[in-house]
Ligand binder design. Sequence first.
Ligand SMILES: Cc1ncc(COP(=O)(O)O)c(C=O)c1O
Length: 402
Amino acid sequence: MSLFDKFGTLAADRTALLSTGMDPFGAPLEEVYSATEAKIGGRRVILAGTNNYLGLTRAPECLKAAHDAIDREGTGTTGSRMANGSFAGHRALEREIAAFYECRSAIVFTTGYQANLGMISGLARQGDVLMIDGDSHASIYDGCKLSGADVIRFRHNDAEDLDRRLQRLGDKAPSALVIVEGIYSMLGDRAPLREIVEVKRKHGCMLLVDEAHSMGVLGAKGRGLVEEAGVMGQVDFLVGTFSKSLGSVGGYCASNHPELEFIRYTSRPYVFTASPSPSVIASTRAALALLRDGTELRTRLWERAGELHRGLLDLGYQLGAGISPVVAALVDTREQAIGLWRGLFEHGVYVNLILPPAAPGGKSLVRCSVSAAHTREQIQKILAAFADLREIAAAPALKSHG
Ligand SMILES: Cc1ncc(COP(=O)(O)O)c(C=O)c1O
């Protein structure tokens, strides 16, 4: 028996994947030309599998802010927020996020992953109850594990199932924390947030919403599903990431509860890791200002998302959800998904390959994400590639929906 024995199946799967000539899960971007184009495997490709929803990774304002911060404050903080890693910029960003959500305060974490880990494990401990959507992101599951609390999963996007399960908790229901996401990252669908807020109100428990994929994307001011659903003041904890719409890296939680401050002391993922570097904080602040002050990018994002969505439906592809910047093309088998991914790559289109068990229900799919930086021509090229590859994905998922 060796520690490595457990890698047997993984090694076989990996060898099969690599035999296609590319590693879909590790191919580096050799050169990055723009928010939507790069060189991968020696080929110039359209990037249709990033989370760069607003295309802000190349915004001049963000680049300049990052450059200035490096010149002013250096390359890194070399410490945790608790020790030497809280700079004026971290605090300023926290104030700006709080103001953006019209909340009392906010906390910045080093990644979005750590924001979930840090909030969930900072709030709950052994004996507490966490009620999570069954299709939650790994960071939510890992936060639950780290907390040591009891974890109850309710059926994906099913407020009635949540209600039933809270009912069964009896006296304990008011102390439960319910956790959902704004837009789910695998299929691009949204939580039924109004109904979930109703259930939360009925049972008097707390609600955390992870807006990782919906911040900057949904709502009149880009504040996510909470804004779109009109429930901004009714959610206890708003979690999100800087690594998608804001084009950098880091995470946050905004809340009206004064107790949020205690998370700075109880949360190991906040206390025991280095804080985001000054350039990251500076570009994030610049991106947040762009997001706050304009709607043009969001309008363009939704136009492009609609074009891709309608185009794929016309081609007969089965999609994971209604129009969304996350566009999942579902197929029946992992071989079809690998073939589609590989074919798209050969057509100069880079997307994400999702194989079981990563997607809900053991589905295989390729996931595109749309960016405001995509041109109409790029969306047409992506669609032309999907059109050429219809046959690969054609049986039987496409046939039944084509
Ligand atoms: C729903 C959700 N939450 C949290 C995260 C983690 O964010 P980050 O990659 O910025 O650490 C992700 C990342 O994809 C996500 O999809």
